[in-house]
Design a binder for this molecule. Structure first.
Ligand code: SF4
Length: 93
């Protein structure tokens, strides 16, 4: 079986492995305007930083659990860059 393999370095500090254009691990993306956030649940340590920092954006009991309308783009970027594991990262801003 042939694979087209590429590695994209997200702007923050995560490597996203893509096989045939599809992320190799389960991910979700959330967008608001040009802002695009990547969520990689298997990397989450459940440290609570995100939802304690921006409770109107990150709501662990809601579906979807990320609501980018809950804060300004600069505040969301600031919070995402504080994710200690890279479970949250910024794909575009
Ligand atoms: S800050 Fe990152 S590691 Fe911590 S709960 Fe949020 S997504 Fe998970």
């Amino acid at each position: 079986m042939d694979f087209n393999f590429s590695v994209n370095r997200a702007p923050v500090h995560r490597l996203v492995i893509v096989l045939d254009g599809v992320p190799a691990v389960a991910t979700r993306t959330y967008e608001k305007g040009s802002l695009k956030i990547l969520w990689q649940p298997e990397l989450c340590s459940h440290c609570e930083n995100c939802w304690r920092g921006l409770p109107d954006v990150f709501k662990p009991d809601a579906r979807p659990w990320v609501n980018l309308e809950g804060a300004s783009t600069p505040d969301i970027i600031d919070q995402v860059t504080q994710c200690p594991t890279g479970a949250l990262s910024i794909l575009s801003r």
